[in-house]
Design a protein around this ligand. Structure first.
Ligand code: DX5
Ligand code: ZN
Length: 215
């Protein structure tokens, strides 16, 4: 699945930019609070507006503190998948997963490049998606950190051996070159910001990424 990240879109033309990626599987929306990450993007009111015009389901990536307080609200706005950062959860991440599912969304857990997967293998049983960050969260346009790929491989193995039922997602620095490594490691969902919105024709960029991921 290809999930273009709206972070690299022209925020002055949001509805048009959303329409340009109608061929995608999910639309990835990065919510940042200037506390969990040193950047501030958008929140509930803008996500609500995007949800109204988006032809594809929303994949909300919450890079915020106190995700247990805010995450269910994004599910209630109709997001298909809502991902919280494991590092930001103050309580048991399984409580957030339960609230997200109760609100009708898939529940996602994200881990930063330096966060070990083993720490969360048990709680992942209650999640539907695992987002393995392949850059430090906060900004688009950074270089893919290939050293993170063993975590993708390990997650794939846990899914393939029946220990977990998860979609494995990668986010950060994914482009036509790096997507092959991520696909080979076993990712299911590929987030791409600059590789899609930086292209002259986002629809063609999405098709090219899809072709490379399944090659
Ligand atoms: C970074 C965001 C990513 C970002 C990816 O913190 O989570 O979703 O938009 O952008 P690219 O694909 O340009 O690395
Ligand atoms: Zn993201």
């Amino acid at each position: 699945m290809i999930a273009p990240s709206l972070l690299s879109a022209d925020f002055a033309r949001l509805a048009d930019e959303v329409a340009r990626v109608a061929d995608a599987d999910w639309l990835h929306v990065d919510v940042m609070d200037a506390h969990f990450v040193p950047n501030l993007t958008l929140g509930g009111p803008v996500v609500e507006a995007i949800a109204r015009v988006s032809p594809v389901p929303l994949d909300c990536h919450l890079m915020i503190e106190a995700p247990e307080r805010w995450a269910p609200g994004y599910a209630e706005l109709g997001a298909r998948n809502v991902t919280v950062h494991a590092e930001a959860c103050t309580g048991d991440p399984r409580d957030v997963a339960r609230d997200l599912r109760a609100a009708g969304a898939l529940a996602g857990l994200a881990i930063k490049p330096g966060t070990p997967l083993e720490r969360y293998e048990d709680v992942l049983r209650d999640f539907d998606t695992l987002l393995v960050m392949t850059v430090e969260p906060g900004f688009g346009g950074q270089a893919f950190i290939a050293e993170v790929l063993p975590k993708v491989r390990r997650a794939r193995e846990l899914v393939d051996t029946g220990h977990l039922t998860l979609l494995v997602e990668v986010d950060g620095g994914v482009n036509a070159d790096t997507i092959e490594q991520a696909a080979e490691a076993g990712a299911d969902v590929f987030v791409a910001g600059s590789a899609v919105y930086g292209a002259d024709d986002p629809a063609r960029a999405i098709a090219a990424l899809r072709a490379r991921a399944t090659a």
